[in-house]
Each structure stands twice: as C-alpha cells, then as structure tokens.
Design a binder for this molecule. Structure first.
Ligand SMILES: [Zn+2]
Length: 280
C-alpha cells in the first residue's frame, strides 16, 4: 500500500506549489500545509503528524527559561584557524558569514538562568551557525557551562542540535568530546543532575559525547539522532538497517532516550524532572 499513499501525497504536493511562501508552511514530514501564524501558535509543530520544525535557539530560551532570560557567559569567545583550513571557503570567512547570519560569535549560547525558580547552568546549540558543529569554542563553552554547574552547584541543562564535530578544526574539535565527557564525570561524582535535550538533528561527535551523557535524556519527536549517516553504516557493516533507524522513537524503544517530549511540554517536563532530582 505504501506506493499508493506516496503517489497520492506527491499529487497533493503538486497542487500546493503555487502557495506564496511565508504565509503558509508545508510540513517536511507529511506535506500538510498550515497557515504560518497558526504554526507560530503551535510552536512550529505540525498539527497533523507532530513533526517538530527546527526553531531558533532564542525561541527555546523563551520557551524554557523563566521570563525567557539568560545571563549569558563567554559571549566573545571566537574560533581561531589553527589548520589554516580552506574548502570552498576559507574557515575564517565561514565563521564571519555565520556570525553575520546569527548575530552571535559562535555556535552555542551558554549561561545561568532559572526554570520555575530553580537556578540552572544552561547551554543551547545553534544549528544556524555552521550546522551547529562543535569546534574548540563550542566545546570550551559547553565545558565552562559544566564547570559552572560544578562550582555553583547548579543542575545542568543542555539543548543539543548538531551535525557533529567541526571538520575545519580537525583533531582540536574531536578533543572537545573527551574534554566535555571528563567534566561530566566530575559533575556526576558531585551528584548534580544533568538533563540532556536532543532536538533535530543531534548527531556524530556531539551525540557521542555530552548529548548522550545526560542523567535523563529527553528528545523531541521525530528528530534525527545518531552517529554516522545511515549510508556509511550500511556500507561498513554490509547489512540493511531496521526501519525508523536513527529516529527519536527508535532510540526510545532501544532505551537510549528516556522520554519523548513535545515542545509544548518541554518546560513542565524539565521542571518536574528538576524537582524530582534536585532540591535546593
Ligand atoms: Zn506533518
């Protein structure tokens, strides 16, 4: 039956081609077309299939933190170009373009805030900044967020959204995995809770380090989660991959994710978890 449905949705998509952009938004997962303002109300979650559109880091700050306020730290840390890396663009030019696009110096925003009056050390990755890739500054800012949690005895919340390590910084970017993981081990020893929130996509080096080390790991529905891309894995192991592989739902089934949380319930869920794990 699958071919029949696919054919139908293809037709539906063709009919909707002439809708002016901006006013209406088409769901990337099911093709449903929703009025843009309605989507804003729905926090950019498809009313038909629950697909969570990617939203700006600032929106998560407004959704999750008290009064949408964050006392930001390490605002001016910027990446160097240790390898003098150049692909289609020079690395410093790529950084400058990302800075212009996002108005931020790097791909993660970190600081101190509170969630329903519980003070937290908070960090959120910005996918708009070179695919949310983790270079030495992203790693350092995450590391400092963990250190603040340790020193100030505050629960840690990290919202991840990343394509992985930043290849333009080579080994320096890979080292961030060890650095952040080691600090999280110290945080665990101090029995300070860490809630890791996975959004679409959370993959590769970020998934293989701090994103997967939460005491509780929650994820948005239908997010792409994983390490290497499915094609690479398929070629390496020479086997077909199971259906739904690398989705939030698959990860929950296999015990890797503890809870799937709809965006509208994010704040209440994190609050309940903090109240359960942390009394201060
Ligand atoms: Zn949909």
């Amino acid at each position: 039956m699958a071919w029949f449905r696919k054919d139908k949705s293809g037709l539906a998509q063709q009919e909707k081609k002439n809708i002016p952009e901006g006013l209406w938004t088409k769901c990337k997962s099911c093709g449903e077309v929703v009025y843009g303002k309605k989507m804003e109300e729905l926090l950019w979650v498809c009313p038909n299939c629950d697909y969570h559109f990617r939203i700006a880091s600032q929106r998560y700050i407004e959704l999750l933190l008290d009064d949408g306020k964050l006392e930001e730290y390490d605002i001016n840390l910027t990446s160097k170009d240790p390898l003098k890396f150049k692909d289609s663009k020079k690395y410093p030019d790529r950084i400058k373009a990302a800075q212009l696009k996002t108005g931020k110096k790097e791909g993660v925003i970190a600081g101190i805030s509170s969630i329903n009056d519980i003070r937290v050390s908070f960090a959120i990755m910005n996918f708009e900044f070179i695919g949310g890739s983790m270079g030495s500054v992203v790693g350092e800012k995450i590391a400092r967020a963990i250190e603040r949690a340790i020193e100030m005895e505050l629960p840690l919340i990290i919202i991840s959204c990343s394509g992985g390590a930043r290849m333009q910084e080579g080994i320096l970017s890979l080292m961030q995995m060890a650095k952040t993981s080691a600090l999280l081990a110290v945080l665990a020893e101090k029995k300070i809770p860490y809630i890791s929130i996975l959004t679409n996509p959370t993959t590769a080096g970020v998934m293989a380090s701090y994103a997967s080390l939460g005491d509780v790991i929650i994820a948005e529905p239908k997010a792409l989660l994983g390490f290497a891309g499915p094609r690479v894995i398929q070629q390496t192991i020479g086997q077909d991959l199971p259906e739904g592989f690398q989705s939030t739902e698959f990860f929950l089934e296999k015990g890797f994710v503890d809870k799937i949380v709809n965006r509208k319930d994010l704040r209440s869920t994190v609050t309940s978890l903090l109240r359960f794990m942390w009394s201060n």
